[in-house]
Design a protein around this ligand. Structure first.
Ligand code: NAD
Ligand code: TYD
Length: 336
């Protein structure tokens, strides 16, 4: 039985990928290796727990001794493990450097030693920094603005260096903003949906006209599956959709889907160094034959309905002391 190792598989995209992989490749064993930080959640994998061919390991990607045998056993590794939230990286960034840079280094060292078949390292379009016009292709200069984006750029470049120096067969992907079920309620869409469901104010940073390119998480999973089959190790692939929206447009749509009033919107102090726009050129991937299949508004409506119907999932996170501390630090002063 071939094995796929999914590091960070208890997070948002990782858990959606695991579910996707199980459905599309049922003959594979799936090992999820995840530290279970505040963002990792076994509830994200509740329907897979206990199934034959599904293994969960609680472990840190920086712990070489624990990680190495799992990398040695794997035919494919997909690395989602990371600290991922820009606002948290502005409050404290040590864990970002540790996991997003040193964690990638540890994974690369394990792969170098054991000659794993293929590694897909998940990077982000945020490494390009703000793109005020046009779109960033894979050769664009890296110009990260936040400690999160800078740490991701560091890990991304290390992975590339291991491909060049040691022929570690790693593909780097840089995807745009994801949305869908099981996304931590610190991120824009789930935060706005859950606040609206609780009739709390919706904190929109600055003028709300910042632009993000959005992909439904299942399309991201499809792109990763496609690249596992058709991608070339040592190469970088942007993953995008061309679907660009201002934050305020997204927030208004959410309110509309929930039948809640726009009076809930509160324009609050902006994020420092807030990137005005992200936009990726993903022609390289399109030319290989991949296209997104989900349309933004219907996928957003489906996502909003998922949060409305799965309060059991988000309520536990929102009620946790950890989340309350974060909310207080990031929003209390903004909402005064
Ligand atoms: P997430 O925060 O929901 O999940 C991250 C997961 O990594 C969690 O399960 C967490 O427990 C785990 N983790 C953190 N530190 C770890 C460590 N030291 N060892 C092992 N596991 C650890 O993040 P996400 O949104 O699912 O993002 C996954 C990846 O995709 C990240 O690399 C992120 O940079 C990238 N990405 C995300 C987006 C997006 O819109 N969410 C877009 C492009 C790229
Ligand atoms: P986020 O989900 O944090 O993703 P990223 O910053 O990595 O793109 O934020 C998406 C956009 O929404 C970004 O422009 C910041 C904005 N935003 C708000 O206006 N208010 C909020 O409370 C949050 C979390 C984000």
């Amino acid at each position: 039985m071939p094995t796929i190792l999914v590091t960070g598989g208890a997070g948002f995209i990782g858990s959606n990928f695991v579910r996707y992989w199980r459905r599309e490749h049922p003959a594979w064993e799936i090992v999820v290796y995840d530290k279970l930080t505040y963002a990792g959640n076994r509830n994200n994998l509740h329907d897979l727990e206990g199934q034959p061919g599904f293994v969960f390991v609680q472990g840190d990607i920086c712990d070489r001794e624990q990680l190495e045998p799992w990398v040695a056993k794997a035919d494919i590794v997909v690395n989602f493990a990371a600290e991922t939230h820009v606002d948290r990286s502005l409050l404290a960034s040590g864990d970002f450097v540790r996991t997003d840079v040193l964690g990638v280094h540890t994974l690369m060292e394990c792969a170098r030693k054991h000659g794993t078949g293929l590694i897909v390292h998940i990077s982000t379009d945020e490494v390009y920094g703000p793109i005020l016009s046009g779109s960033a292709d894979e050769k664009a200069v890296l110009n990260p603005s936040s400690p999160y984006a800078a740490s991701k750029a560091g890990g991304d470049l290390l992975a590339l260096a291991y491909a060049k120096s040691f022929r570690v067969p790693v593909i780097i992907t840089r995807c745009c903003n994801n949305f869908g079920p099981y996304q931590h309620p610190e991120k824009l869409i789930p935060l706005m949906v859950t606040n609206a469901l609780m009739d709390l104010p919706l904190p929109v940073y600055g003028d709300g006209r910042q632009v993000r390119e959005w992909i439904f998480v299942e399309d991201h999973c499809r792109a990763l599956d496609f690249l596992i089959e058709h991608g070339t190790p040592g190469e970088i692939y942007n993953i995008g959709t061309g679907c660009e929206k201002q934050n305020i447009e997204v927030v208004r749509l959410i309110l509309q889907f929930l039948g809640k009033p726009e009076s809930l919107i509160r324009f609050v102090a902006d994020r420092p160094a807030h990137d005005r726009r992200y936009s990726v050129n993903w022609e390289k991937l399109r030319k290989l034959g991949w296209e997104p299949i989900h349309e933004f508004e219907s996928a957003l409506a489906q996502t909003v309905a998922w949060y409305r119907d799965n309060e059991w999932w988000w309520r536990q996170i929102r009620d946790s002391e950890e989340f309350k501390r974060y909310y207080e630090a990031n929003y209390a002063w903004r909402l005064k």
